[in-house]
Write a protein that binds this ligand. Structure first.
Ligand code: ADP
Ligand code: MG
Length: 547
């Protein structure tokens, strides 16, 4: 018999396995969704690789096969996908290469039980879900383009073995030795209903082996396999839309908005896009590129086509076009005018949806803004074409009240003679609200925007103005205050500073440019300001990055 080598899981995997198995007990059926999704991903991948290497071509009847066996208590999921080499089995199933996994473990630890499934889904630790229902999992895989097959086997308790195996065609078999209390997942009716619920839209055929009365068995189709976005809107239920959203976005909530349309004309495409209902917990750490899936005639091509600007990267979903060849190459994707036309149209449509919702007080837009405002504001900085439109719907905290405000509302409250929009940036809202910088402004009824996101240190200068009103940081607006009367006129005698100021100048020397009396303070004794130079938050950011 071939020698099986034993390997230890990396420490993270061990921990993660423990959490996944115990945290998700009530939602065990999602193991099937995770494994079918992996099989579909692997089949997509092989189809894509075969575009440039015909030797890797999929068999004409490529499918995902689910085979329950009640007698032996085994559940097998097989695919014709790209498969895994010995190294890939080790890498993909034995370690966690992904960054941020530790953060995930901590999050999962501290999350409420009901929030845990969504964390798992977002993080795509999907394969390990198999250990919720199985006390041993054997993965036999043969890489497309190779003759060698390997078996990875583990009880999910700290180690796994690798041994040479055989498989007549490329692809992967996941064999689960089901736990005694998980036998429900060997029932065909149960499996069929789970596939219907979680995987109906997967475009590869999914079959389920059923045993007939006479003891013979046959593979029966278990999914519709119609690409949901290709169906007419009238035939799609809200529940189907939501399910598809959860699938593409790795989410568990309802989408905030669903956009489904077919474009004809110079470029023909169908789009099914979603504005998410929640912010993925690691969203700010993820890459800045959009991950909208590009399909050509229903076939998945890539999620790296960057179909919307970076500041719209929260948008999830699918764009499917007739106007590109199926064997489109990476170079071609970068150069083709078809994609730039699609990009333009998609961006415009999403922008319009956001603008419409921003105007509708009933639409729950503030919650959406709390989720994605910090990213949308990157557009104020780097998207010259849409900068002013974004400024039109952007929301801000301000000294006016606790609610978020638009710039238009700010402008409508401006004092007579006020011609600039004042703002103050910092890391923390409470510190900002208590800042001595605000005193002179508050005393004069001048409203100040309070900005705490990292990008807030940059965009005001770049945006420059909105509705002809320029932005000015209060830390650079010292001179403006003299124009306005303080609400509570200060009747106290001006203090005699003739001796104090030279003494302070003397003591501080080169550390300051000047020491002056000011009208901007009402409660505090001193405040540090910068005039003419870059905004203070910017100075801090530059200092942090070592410039
Ligand atoms: P994710 O799918 O989010 O990457 P998973 O835990 O579900 O995370 O899977 C981990 C990795 O294992 C996948 O990225 C893939 O490389 C590999 N893998 C899992 N199942 C298969 C399969 N059926 N065929 C080929 N590779 C697979
Ligand atoms: Mg997966």
């Amino acid at each position: 018999a071939p020698q099986a080598e034993q390997h230890e899981f990396s420490a993270e995997v061990g921990r993660l396995l423990d959490l996944v198995v115990h945290a998700l007990y009530s939602d065990r059926e999602i193991f099937l969704r995770e494994l079918v999704a992996n099989a579909a991903d692997a089949t997509d991948k092989r189809r894509f690789e075969a575009l440039t290497d015909t030797a890797l071509a999929l068999p004409g009847n490529a499918s995902i096969r689910i085979n329950p066996d009640k007698t032996s208590k085994l559940l097998t999921i097989s695919d014709d996908g790209t498969g895994m080499t010995r190294e890939e089995l080790t890498q993909n199933l034995g370690t966690i290469a992904r960054s941020g996994t530790r953060a995930f473990g901590q999050k999962l630890d501290s999350a409420k039980p009901e929030d845990r499934p969504s964390l798992i889904g977002q993080f795509g630790v999907g394969f390990y879900a198999a250990f919720m229902v199985a006390d041993r999992v054997d993965v036999t895989s043969r890489k497309a383009g190779s003759d060698d097959a390997w078996m990875w086997s583990s009880d999910g308790k700290g180690s796994y073995t690798l041994s040479p195996a055989s498989r007549s065609t490329p692809g992967t078999d996941i064999v689960m030795h089901m736990k005694d209390d998980a036998e429900e997942f060997l029932d065909t009716w149960r499996l069929r209903s789970i596939v219907r619920k979680w995987a109906d839209h997967i475009s590869w055929p999914i079959t389920l082996r059923e045993t007939n009365e006479d003891g013979t068995s046959e593979d029966k189709s278990a999914n519709e396999g119609t690409a949901l976005w290709r169906k007419p809107k009238s035939e799609i239920t809200p529940e189907q839309y939501a399910e598809f959203y959860r699938h593409v976005a790795h989410a568990f909530e309802e989408p905030y908005a669903t956009l489904h349309w077919h474009a004809e004309g110079t470029t023909e495409f169908t789009a099914l896009l979603f504005l998410p209902g929640a912010r993925p917990f690691d969203f700010m750490e993820q890459s800045r590129e959009s991950k909208i899936h590009l399909h050509v005639r229903r076939m998945f091509i890539t999620d790296e086509a960057e179909l919307v600007p970076n500041w719209m990267r929260f948008v999830q979903g699918v764009v499917d076009t007739e106007d590109l060849p199926l064997n489109v190459s990476r170079e071609m994707l970068q150069a083709t005018p078809v994609l730039s036309r699609i990009r333009k149209a998609v961006t415009k449509r999403v922008l319009n949806e956001i603008k419409t919702r921003a105007k509708d007080a009933e639409s729950g837009f503030d919650a959406f803004w709390e989720n994605f405002g910090p990213v949308i504001k990157e557009g104020l900085w780097e998207d010259g074409e849409h900068r002013q439109e974004i400024a039109g719907f952007a929301r801000f905290h301000s000294t006016h009240d606790a609610a978020l405000t638009t710039l238009d509302d700010y402008i409508s409250r401006m004092k007579d003679g006020q011609d600039v929009i004042y703002y103050l940036t910092g890391d923390n809202m409470d510190a900002l609200k208590a800042s001595a910088q605000l005193e002179g402004f508050t005393a004069r009824g001048l409203e100040v925007l309070l900005l705490t996101d990292p990008v807030d240190g940059f965009w005001p200068e770049r945006l420059n103005s909105y509705q002809d009103k320029t932005f000015r940081s209060v830390s650079q607006s010292h001179g403006d205050l003299e124009k306005f009367e303080a609400a509570s006129a200060d009747t106290a005698e001006p203090a005699d500073l003739d001796a104090l100021i030279p003494a302070l100048k003397d003591a501080l020397g080169d550390q300051v440019k000047d020491v002056r009396s000011t009208v901007r303070l009402t409660g505090s004794a001193v405040v540090i300001t910068s005039e003419g130079g870059p905004d203070m938050a910017m100075q801090r950011l530059l200092r942090r990055s070592g410039q």
